[in-house]
Write a protein that binds this ligand. Structure first.
Ligand code: BJW
Ligand code: ZN
Length: 256
């Protein structure tokens, strides 16, 4: 067993203002690939620039839309795993004892909501939505579970091309979501950081905000990351196993 599991569960049980930051690793056990590392979404840097930048989209919107079609079909074919479910369970228990709880995710797959999490901030958007490329029509367009009939899809209001509602490299995160995330981090007494490589900013800056403001950071990951040195506790293992185990201790503690 990882050292400190009981200690961390004790912190989780007592924290009054909880934030959780998740990344692709939490969905890995559902069968959704992570970004970096072998078997990831991008084969190499060239593919990353082709599929996850505005320049890549403008060069070949069809290829990028096909990529997101595959991602939606895949996300729809898998289930949230015990890691997602444990965080939803933790939120319910935190609210019951009048603690605040927010789940800040870099993931775009929608699995946290399907697991029952409620207060979710999606930092990098969602594969389930598109928006007008011209930016003139503010409403998000809901995307279907199956591949689109034609590419690129058109804005239902003005007929311009739609783009995926995703934050690509070099693009600004939605200011309201980002500022709320920073405010929540600054105010947290505990942040759980789960399944992220901690390489992509500004999301990777959030644990440092918690530390600077005097809060505690607990990382759960398969392996050491860029954030390991900043975390007060590092628990190495699969989040789909570690988080349920932590919740078991939290629940035992509640009964004592
Ligand atoms: C498990 C597990 C299990 C596995 N259990 N754990 C130089 C040039 C240009 C830009 C920059 C630059 N320097 C910095 C920047 C800014 C850039 C950035 O940070 N780049 C770095 C990579 C260097 N950031 C941006 O561009 C952001 N915008 C911005 O900053 O605007 C202002 C600005 C603009 C320009 C210059 C400077 C400032 C936007 C970032 C948007 C990120 N978007 C993506 C792609 C979305 C597209 C899509 O989904 O298709 O979001 S990138 C990709 O990475 C995705 C993810 O959300 C994000 C984070 O990845 P994550 O979640 O950490 O996944 P992995 O795969 O990296 O890690 C998985 C982890 O899980 C690993 O640690 C595993 O060990 C672990 N794991 N199984 C537990 N079972
Ligand atoms: Zn439009």
């Amino acid at each position: 067993m990882n050292e400190g599991m009981r200690e961390v569960a004790g912190l989780m049980a007592r924290a009054q203002r909880v934030t959780v930051l998740t990344g692709a690793g939490i969905s890995a056990e559902s069968g959704i690939p992570t970004f970096r590392g072998s078997g990831g979404f991008w084969k190499d840097e060239e593919e990353m620039m082709r599929l996850s930048t505005l320049e890549g989209f403008l060069r070949d919107p069809q290829a990028v839309w096909e990529f997101y079609d595959r991602r939606r079909v895949q996300a729809n074919s898998v289930q949230p795993n015990p890691g997602h479910e444990s965080l939803a369970d933790y939120e319910t228990r935190a609210l019951r004892r009048s603690a605040s709880f927010a789940l800040i995710t870099q993931n775009v797959d929608g699995l946290h909501a399907r697991a029952g999490s409620r207060n979710i901030l999606e930092l990098h958007g969602s594969i389930w939505h598109a928006r007008c490329f011209k930016g003139c029509c503010a409403d998000l367009v809901q995307l279907p579970e199956e591949p689109l009939p034609a590419y690129p899809p058109e804005c239902p209001k003005c007929g311009a091309m739609l783009r995926p509602h995703i934050v690509w490299f070099g693009e600004q995160l939605a200011p309201a979501v980002l500022s709320e995330s920073y405010a929540l981090a600054e105010d947290s007494d505990l942040m759980l950081v789960v399944g992220t490589s901690g390489q992509v900013y500004p999301a990777a800056g959030l644990p440092y905000v918690v530390k600077r403001a005097g809060g505690t950071v607990v990382q759960v990951n398969m392996e050491p990351t860029e954030l390991s040195h900043a975390a007060d506790y590092n628990i190495y293992g699969k989040s789909g196993e570690i988080l349920p185990e932590l919740m078991l201790f939290v629940k035992l503690g509640d009964k004592l």
